[in-house]
Design a protein around this ligand. Structure first.
Ligand code: ADP
Ligand code: MG
Length: 627
């Protein structure tokens, strides 16, 4: 083969591969342009993981009509004039390649209006060729729509992962911009669903709470003068390196380094040596194999750093690498010394249960009836307090409190007698946390267990009841330090897509504490070796997926601790469902187990597990009693 110069078209597609590796890279480049244009409101919209559509809408300065077409030319930029400018780059973009690259591998529509012009312009570029340009009315700002990315590069298309995985990467990109620019408002809509939004409050901490939740937010402490209006970080060194941001208390740890993020002059950078500086500061504070959470903003004179060493600008070169390393280490060290003076090793396995449960229980108590006494969850299980009476001895005619021994005086008496009869159906009062022995009569609608008890007829919601049973069982196992597991015959390779990758990493310790045996398997993949025993009848992949879904759903529940919510999520999914026919024996077992619960009257989410139709009410309804 003879040597030939590549046609511009081929050359540009090769170059595009460096800049636009996947939909998330297009999002990154377009958002950078919006930021460089001074936008403070940036909306990202994607479909099918960005493969079908990526759209970035901004309220920046826009592009003058006369320059709009130029924006798509390779090495066309408004941000550099001369090679000298490369020495002090203050904008995110400067290579003049992004729009050209994206347009060479997709169908792009640019709608833009410069602030100083009365009308906007719309351009259509396909596979690098300008197809049309026309004047069009538009608000000031720019909308770039990228459709069918890689439609003309089948090889690249093949390398794209599931839409869910690609949108997970996009979520990461947008969230990281939101961290770097807390004073600007970002939103991300994926397949018509708002998946992320920052407030634009200017406070980094607000963004971190949006991204990782309140529970993590509470365990992050400011480094330097993070979120102060003004001022020089105390970590600022002679070299005028400023390090601010947030770093986690030693109670907060992760199984990998993915939650250690650095922004250099607001640009996300990857730097192993800096990550090492941070983990070093946590030495003796975290267990081996655990890594801290930290988001650090490094600000220094742009002349002291070369950002032009990587096509996607993900890596940089510091002129004074040692100084930056020292500044980061010093800043984190000082923060930790102040906030946790005693170095301590904490096991997440130990600290997980108690504070979480206390919190969860408070929520439940507040949500339930107001005057119920606090239930002591640390009390040993009492088991069924009702010795099974011989059938003949069952109280059958007197409407009496169904207790063989009177309740202690401090317990509010369960509503019985006439006062109780005034409501036809009332939830079992949660204060009577002892369930009388019930005789199972049958099943109704494959959903409710019909039972007879001393108070009358009981309708037990089989799903809610099972949820409660599993919940208390897992709670007990956790307290005993051994959650029952079901080992898989063969480990399952699990691809965590759709933002679940981050979720899984974040929750890996909590999941382990709940009985999942997970092991990172490179990229977004995990090996599942065991699942909680409560899931033994469920397909393990579904078990994990549903658990993650549940976490994602319940993520924003205020006041919920992560660990408590996780167990509730698992039990909800592992419990038998309504609509499932049960044998008499299965129903009996279920009711027996419910009787053994400490708080049988409600499911972990606070909904009642049963209703009772009192004997008296029945007698009234059938006219056996004068009213
Ligand atoms: P670079 O950002 O490196 O300059 P790009 O190819 O990303 O190169 O963009 C080319 C030019 O198009 C930019 O320099 C800028 O002038 C203009 N441009 C692109 N996107 C926007 C936008 N959202 N708002 C205003 N101008 C933009
Ligand atoms: Mg750019």
């Amino acid at each position: 083969m003879s040597i030939r110069v590549l046609s511009p078209e081929v050359a540009s597609r090769i170059a595009a591969g460096e800049v636009v590796e996947r939909p998330a890279s297009a999002v990154k480049e377009l958002v950078e342009n919006s930021l460089d244009a001074g936008a403070d409101e940036i909306r990202v919209e994607v479909r099918e993981g960005g493969r079908r559509l990526v759209r970035v809408v901004d309220n920046g300065v826009g592009i003058p009509a006369s320059e709009a077409a130029l924006a798509f030319e390779r090495h066309a930029t408004s941000k550099l004039r001369s090679a000298d400018d490369l020495e002090h780059i203050a904008t995110l973009g400067f290579r003049g390649e992004a729009l050209a690259s994206i347009a060479s591998v997709a169908q792009v529509t640019l709608l833009t209006r410069h602030v100083d012009e009365a009308v906007g312009s719309q351009l259509r570029v396909e596979g690098g060729h300008l197809k049309s340009q026309e004047a069009k009315g538009a608000p000031p700002g720019t909308v770039v729509t990228v459709e069918n990315l890689f439609y003309n590069v089948p090889a690249r298309l093949k390398f794209l992962r599931q839409p869910a995985t690609e949108s997970g990467h996009i979520v990461d990109v947008v969230q990281r911009f939101a961290m770097a620019f807390p004073e600007r408002r970002f939103s991300l809509v994926s397949d018509s669903r708002l998946v992320f939004q920052s407030t634009g409050s200017g406070r980094l901490h607000d963004v971190l709470v949006k991204v990782w939740g309140l529970d993590v937010g509470r365990q992050l402490v400011p480094v330097g003068m993070a979120d102060a209006d003004e001022g020089v970080g105390r970590a600022g060194s002679a070299e005028s390196i400023r390090v601010t941001g947030y770093t986690g208390l030693p109670t907060l740890s992760r199984s990998n380094r993915n939650h250690i993020l650095f922004f250099l002059n607001r640009r996300l950078i990857q730097d192993r040596s800096l990550a090492f500086a941070v983990t070093e500061a946590y030495r003796n504070r975290l267990m081996v194999g655990r890594y801290p959470v930290a988001v650090l903003m490094i600000d220094l004179d742009p002349e002291l750093v070369d950002v032009n060493v990587h096509p996607a600008k993900a890596e940089v070169r510091f002129r004074e690498e040692r100084a930056v390393f020292r500044a980061v280490q010093k800043a984190v060290h000082a923060t930790l010394a102040e906030h946790s003076p005693v170095p301590e090793v904490r096991s997440e396995g130990l600290s997980w249960s108690m504070p979480g449960w206390a919190e969860r229980r408070q929520t439940l108590l507040a949500a339930g009836q107001s005057q119920q006494p606090a239930l002591d969850l640390s009390r040993p299980p009492t088991g069924p307090v009702w010795p099974p009476p011989p059938a003949a001895a069952r109280p059958s005619s007197q409407p009496e409190p169904a207790t063989t021994s009177p309740p202690p005086p401090s317990d509010p008496a369960p509503p019985v007698g006439d006062s109780a009869a005034s409501d036809a159906n009332h939830p079992i009062p949660q204060s009577s946390n002892v369930l009388p022995l019930l005789r199972v009569v049958g099943q109704m609608g494959a959903t409710y267990i019909v039972a007879e008890g001393p108070e009358g007829m009981y309708l037990v919601d089989q799903h809610a009841a099972h949820e409660r049973i599993l919940f208390e069982q897992m709670l007990g196992q956790q307290a005993a330090g051994a959650v029952a597991q079901q080992a898989l015959l063969e480990p399952l390779a699990f691809e965590a897509g759709s933002g679940y990758a981050g979720l899984l990493a974040e929750y890996s310790a909590a999941l382990a504490g709940a009985g999942f045996d997970l092991e990172p398997f490179g990229g977004d993949a995990w090996l599942v070796r065991a699942v909680p025993a409560v899931y033994s009848r469920v397909d393990p992949r579904r078990a994990l997926e549903e658990t993650l879904e549940g976490i994602a759903d319940g993520r924003d529940l205020v006041g919920e601790s992560k660990e408590a919510a996780l167990v509730a999520v698992i039990c909800k999914r592992a419990a038998i469902k309504g609509g499932q026919t049960l044998s008499l024996e299965e129903m009996r077992q279920l009711v027996r187990q419910l009787e053994a619960c400490r708080d049988p009257g409600s499911c972990p989410h606070g909904r009642p597990t049963m209703l009772v139709l009192s004997r008296m009410q029945l007698e009234k309804e059938f006219g056996r009693r004068g009213s």
